[in-house]
Design a protein around this ligand. Structure first.
Ligand code: AR6
Length: 231
């Protein structure tokens, strides 16, 4: 069995490479390259105003802990903007800790268009949700509910009516959702992070002892949910 070289166009035209055929036959429950991948936004650091320096430490530490518990799965921290402070902080701290760059990396792009817009297939995406698990409200939550269509709200309601800070819930996406058919997303994991914004519910009023504990719990819960999908 010859090793497959999946990155070159030349390989695709090689008739002897049956790996290509296998990939085309896949049902959509796995990414095309066969590697389960979770794309996640930085929880709480925009609308919820959580300190990015502290958040970056927590992301890198929880990733380091979970990267060995997800089999051949990968974790990708995504942000929509090129000048993303959280992405650059996490990138440098992950490098210092020598976290395997094939298992964890950062990516600039719209989390709802990773396959069509960025050529990165992620079968699972995380959402920085609100406690009611409702569409709208701006940020990544509004973008994901918009892109997924009404299917996501219906499927979410079947799983949970609300979420406490630090918790996550996995929602399997119906194949009728455009996020499934166009982007290959089979599951959305809603995560509720700690809130430091006085204009939003459950504001922690700068209590970073509690805030850091909740953010850590949120990422652990997110990665555990992803690990259960991979298993
Ligand atoms: N693709 C990738 N990353 C994005 C996108 C996108 N389309 N949109 C935003 N981000 P936020 P929070 C990044 O504010 O701080 C909502 O209203 C963004 O740059 O979405 O946890 C909910 O309903 C940032 O790095 O989430 C909640 O009420 C990250 O996603 C509240 O906001 C998270 O930013 C949650 O606030």
């Amino acid at each position: 069995d010859a090793p497959s070289k999946v990155t070159s166009d030349k390989t695709i035209s090689e008739p002897s490479n049956h790996h290509v055929d296998e990939r085309q036959e896949q049902s959509g429950t796995q990414p095309l390259d066969g590697v389960p991948t979770l794309a996640f936004p930085s929880i709480s650091t925009a609308d919820f105003q959580f300190n990015t320096e502290k958040a970056s430490d927590i992301i890198v530490e929880t990733v380091e802990e979970f990267v060995h518990k997800i089999g051949n799965g990968r974790l990708v921290l995504v942000d929509i903007s090129h000048g993303s402070k959280i992405l650059s902080l996490v990138k440098s701290k992950a490098a210092v800790k020598n976290i395997d760059p094939t298992k964890f990396f950062t990516f600039v792009g719209d989390i709802t268009k990773l396959r069509s817009g960025g050529g990165l297939h992620c079968n699972v995406i995380a959402n920085a949700a609100n406690w009611r698990l409702k569409p709208g409200g701006g940020g990544v939550n509004a973008a994901i509910f918009d892109a997924a269509g009404p299917d996501l709200e219906t499927a979410t309601k079947k799983r949970a009516g609300s979420l406490s800070p630090g918790k996550a819930v996995t929602v399997p996406l119906p194949s009728t959702s455009p996020l499934f058919s166009k982007q290959g997303v089979t599951h959305v994991i809603h995560v509720l992070g700690p809130n430091m914004n006085p204009k939003r519910p459950n504001c922690l009023n700068d209590d970073y002892t509690t805030g850091c504990k909740i953010l850590r719990e949120a990422y652990s819960s997110l990665f555990e949910n992803f690990a259960s999908i991979v298993r």
